[in-house]
Ligand binder design. Structure first.
Ligand code: 8ID
Ligand code: ZN
Length: 354
């Protein structure tokens, strides 16, 4: 029942992509260590847009098939050493492969593995109906989690969950989330709440304000109403003692969010860099006050396999529900357009067979 051809979003250059018919890797053609995953749903992450547009120093190998929030079913496998089997519900993530033997992998830092492969960069991603995935990084999706809802957890969910852990913020404390109305931000609010944190949603527009309030944000700051440095006072004022949040998870794809965060976090606070604006973006930190106020700048890059399992389990238990809009595969172009304009509320998820 595995077809010979499939639809895939293939990008030949930075101008875009086309959805076209390409061959399906047949079971007897699968390389060792691979499984063929029938992709049912794939979230569209802003990373996919950065990748095909070549925003970053890391450029994709062409032709590239992006997509890294793919949920699907294993329909063939060539890996006798793996416990995975045909019929398993699995997720295709940003980290598509890691060696699992180097020091980074052994310590649970697979994203830093020198041999890591990334979906859309040097591995095929989930914007295709049948993905020849590496078994090394396939993630099992819990039975009781809806496949469309599971998709965004595979990147947005695990990334913000890990970033919140790396912030060191504890129950009772405050966290600012620039980008709160987007894919990463809308789940960050919910993981933060689950971890006992109060969040300050930073984004723009009435719809995102309403969404972030519904998802449990304790406060709202519209970045367009407080341009430039004016946002510093507004974010500090959103905390009960006026000192500012204990942490900030930067989930914005634009560089502006990196210019004020080190200033609005409270003394001893931590900024976690997550959003990845195009090359040439910098974090602004005044040296004197960074030292005198003992502030920390750190970063977080997706998460490891255990982080992802935890993020999925928290969602499966009902604590996190990504605000998704499921659209047909052929809508990918308009999703990218809206994403570039910043008008997507939450996360768009493609139905690969609609
Ligand atoms: O591992 C990582 N570090 C990782 C993992 C996954 C994604 C990093 N990312 C990066 C993406 O590459 C992208 O740069 O995180 C960024 C956010 O991805 P996303 O959540 O998928 O983007 P989105 O759904 O488009 O949401 C972005 C939101 O940011 C708001 C927009 O209004 C939108 O709601 N925003 C913008 I544009 N400028 C802002 C600003 N100055 C802002 N919010 C606050 N302040
Ligand atoms: Zn992503």
């Amino acid at each position: 029942q595995i077809p010979k051809t499939q639809l895939a979003a293939v990008s030949d250059d930075a101008s875009g992509f086309t959805i076209k018919e390409i061959p399906v890797v047949q079971p007897d053609q699968l390389e060792p260590g691979r499984a063929l995953v029938k992709i049912l749903y794939s979230g569209v992450c802003h990373t996919d847009l950065h990748v095909i547009k070549e925003d970053w120093p890391a450029k994709p190998e062409r032709p590239c098939i992006a997509g890294h929030e793919g949920s699907g079913i294993i329909v063939a496998i060539n890996d006798p050493t793996s416990k995975l089997k045909i019929g398993d519900r699995v997720g295709v993530k940003w980290i598509a492969h890691s060696c699992n033997q180097c020091d980074y992998c052994l310590a649970g830092n697979e994203p830093l593995c020198a041999e890591a492969k990334c979906s859309g960069i040097n591995a095929q991603g989930s914007f295709q109906q049948y993905c020849p995935a590496y078994t090394s990084q396939l993630t099992i999706i819990p039975d009781n989690l809806d496949m469309a809802e599971a998709a965004p957890i595979l990147c947005a969910g695990v990334t913000v969950y890990k970033a919140l852990k790396r912030s060191g913020a504890r129950a009772g404390q405050w966290v600012a989330i620039p980008g709160a109305g987007g894919g990463l931000g809308s789940v960050a609010i919910q993981y933060a709440k689950y971890m006992g944190l109060s969040s300050i949603a930073i984004d723009t527009g009435a719809e995102k304000k309403a969404l972030t309030a519904k998802l449990g944000a304790a406060a709202w700051v519209d970045f367009k109403e407080h341009p430039g440095d004016a946002i510093v006072a507004a974010v500090k004022a959103a905390t009960p003692d006026g000192l500012g949040p204990h942490a900030a998870i930067i989930a914005s794809p634009k560089p502006e969010a990196y210019l004020t965060a080190m200033e609005y976090i409270r003394p001893f606070g931590t900024v976690v860099a997550v959003g990845l604006p195009p090359a040439g973006a910098y974090v602004k930190a005044d040296v004197f006050f960074t030292v005198l106020h003992n502030k920390t700048l750190t970063s977080s890059y997706v998460g490891n396999r255990l982080d992802c399992n935890e993020a999925l389990a928290i969602a499966a238990a009902g604590h996190v529900k990504t605000p998704i809009k499921v659209v047909p595969f052929k809508a990918l172009d308009s999703v990218y357009d809206e994403m570039a304009k910043g008008t997507i509320i939450g996360r768009a998820v493609l139905d690969l067979f609609a």
